[in-house]
Design a protein around this ligand. Structure first.
Ligand SMILES: Nc1ncnc2c1ncn2[C@@H]1O[C@H](COP(=O)(O)OP(=O)(O)OP(=O)(O)O)[C@@H](O)[C@H]1O
Length: 254
């Protein structure tokens, strides 16, 4: 079973190189965190893999080349992503949201009709993301964290094999972060999961492996301990923190 294999990935915007020759391997069962300062190229890398921006090089999943395919074809290859803000249908119930996600090929009315029983994949996704009790609640009434879990559930019912999650715990409470970390660990046992994250505590608690991006390149890679001990990473993060502190002082003094 092969996971995500990225080679010499390059994305340029009007002459500016946002992703600059990235090699990345994420094996199934891994829970890879992609970290790095603002503008490092993390989201652009995910955009390239999901077909939202044009890229050079190669990005293969399960041995299949993704670059050059349409967004829809990539999605049909078992690749799904979430964005920083959850995109669920607020007026529909949790169950209806999952039904729609699962329902490629079925008519909308079939999906929305009240019916006995819940299809097995939907029931399993509800259970995995911990929303079984809330199946009949409108998605709009869910707490922020629960909406993110619903979105992850919508990927699970589509049997997505590679999940690319952009800052999944942004804005979550401590308990929601903990629950999300545990959820990602469970999911990644059977799938390949890549998480873009700025929350270092969350990364330290739940990452199985880490890639640090800086200025469009992979600066460092390894376990949390290896990456934290890397002087290049410390320099980028400390330099970054120092620059922010200086900017804060400058703002306060202005
Ligand atoms: N559509 C675009 N057109 C021009 N430049 C872009 C575009 N998208 C991203 N960039 C630039 O590419 C660089 C990488 O951006 P990207 O959003 O991938 O960084 P990031 O690591 O995800 O940052 P953050 O952590 O702030 O989300 C940035 O300098 C950004 O301004």
């Amino acid at each position: 079973m092969s996971g995500l294999e990225i080679r010499r990935l390059r994305v340029t915007f009007d002459g500016f190189t946002a992703v600059d020759g990235v090699d990345l391997d994420v094996r199934p069962g891994d829970l890879r965190f992609l970290i790095g300062p603002n503008g490092a190229g993390k989201t652009t890398l995910v955009d390239a893999v999901t077909g939202l921006v044009k890229a050079e090089g190669s990005a293969r999943f399960g041995g299949e080349e993704l670059l050059g395919r349409s967004v829809h074809r990539i999605a049909r290859s078992g690749i799904g992503r979430t964005f920083q803000t959850a995109t669920v249908f607020e007026e529909l119930t949790v169950l209806q949201n999952l039904d729609i996600a699962a329902g490629a090929g079925r008519g909308v009315w079939t999906m929305l009709r009240r019916r006995k029983g819940v299809p097995e994949p939907v029931a399993r996704a509800l259970e995995t993301v911990g929303l079984t009790e809330l199946a009949d609640s409108p998605a709009g009434t869910l707490a922020h964290g629960q909406k993110q879990w619903l979105e992850i559930g919508m990927l699970l019912v589509q049997d997505v094999r590679l999940l690319l999650l952009d800052e999944p715990v942004a804005g979550m409470s401590h308990d929601e972060r903990q629950a999300t970390g545990e959820l990602l660990q469970r999911i990644s046992e059977e799938r390949t999961v890549v998480v873009i994250e700025h929350d270092m505590d969350f990364m330290r608690s739940f990452a199985r492996s880490v890639s640090v991006l800086h200025a469009g390149k992979v600066l460092s890679e390894g376990t949390v301990a290896e990456v934290q001990a890397d002087p290049k990473v410390q320099e980028v993060y400390l330099g970054h923190a120092a620059a922010e502190a200086t900017a804060d002082v400058a703002v306060q003094e202005a």
